[in-house]
Design a protein around this ligand. Structure first.
Ligand SMILES: Nc1nc2c(ncn2[C@@H]2O[C@H](COP(=O)(O)OP(=O)(O)O)[C@@H](O)[C@H]2O)c(=O)[nH]1
Ligand SMILES: [Mg+2]
Length: 193
């Protein structure tokens, strides 16, 4: 594969900073600590592009990375579901995400990151149900695939496929690089759609 380049073009902290970013976009969503930053770094081939946080729940911003070639934005959404987040912060997250995702003509798909080690969790299901409800294309991506036994991982994958009307999540590991080619294919296919 030719060399890809990620450029952080814009960071948004508050709703009123949301402006139209006129290029195809793919958003990445997932619970805090699911491995979102690690996956972005692995895809970019750079270790320190997105911060791997030792204190989860910290990042509250939307980060727009311009990806070349391809000329689309990979949008890193703030992680959700951090246990120590207040009710108010949770509501703010939902509000910002909802406004960003709805009525965004540039958004082609939302990659939903799912931890390979866990059965579907309520909070992930809420996001998936919301996306299904508005007819948004979902790219389900299982992370940390190097952690569980393959048999357990496949069980989780099947559970998700049932929820996703048969669509099987991609299986990735930022640690080993497993599944990166497939992930790129899925992202590029969604952009080309
Ligand atoms: N074993 C393993 N650990 C991972 C993987 N991806 C992320 N991690 C670890 O999971 C923790 C959270 O990762 P991070 O990328 O910051 O998650 P984020 O909060 O979703 O952005 C860190 O300690 C990472 O080193 C993976 O593919 N395999
Ligand atoms: Mg992160």
């Amino acid at each position: 594969m030719s060399k890809v380049h990620f450029e952080l073009e814009k960071t948004i902290y508050l709703m009123d900073q949301l402006a139209e970013m006129p290029a195809s976009q793919i958003a990445m969503a997932g619970r805090s600590n699911v491995g979102k930053s690690s996956l972005i770094n692995r895809l970019a081939g750079r270790k320190k592009l997105a911060k791997i946080s030792s204190s989860p729940g910290k990042t509250r911003s939307l980060n727009f990375y311009m990806v070349t070639p391809g000329d689309f934005y990979l949008v890193d959404l703030p992680g959700y579901g951090y246990a120590r987040t207040s009710k108010k912060e949770r509501a703010q997250w939902a509000n910002l995400i909802e406004i960003y995702i709805k009525d965004n003509d540039w958004l082609r798909a939302v990659a939903v990151l799912l931890d390979s080690r866990h059965s579907p969790q309520k909070i992930d299901l809420e996001l998936v149900t919301f996306l299904q409800g508005i007819g948004m294309t979902i790219i389900p991506i299982m992370t940390k695939a190097d952690k569980p036994k393959q048999r357990d991982r496949e069980k989780v994958r099947k559970q998700w496929a049932t929820i996703l009307d048969g669509q099987k999540p991609l299986v990735t590991s930022a640690e080993t690089g497993m599944g990166m080619d497939t992930a790129w294919e899925a992202l590029r296919a969604a952009v080309a759609k």
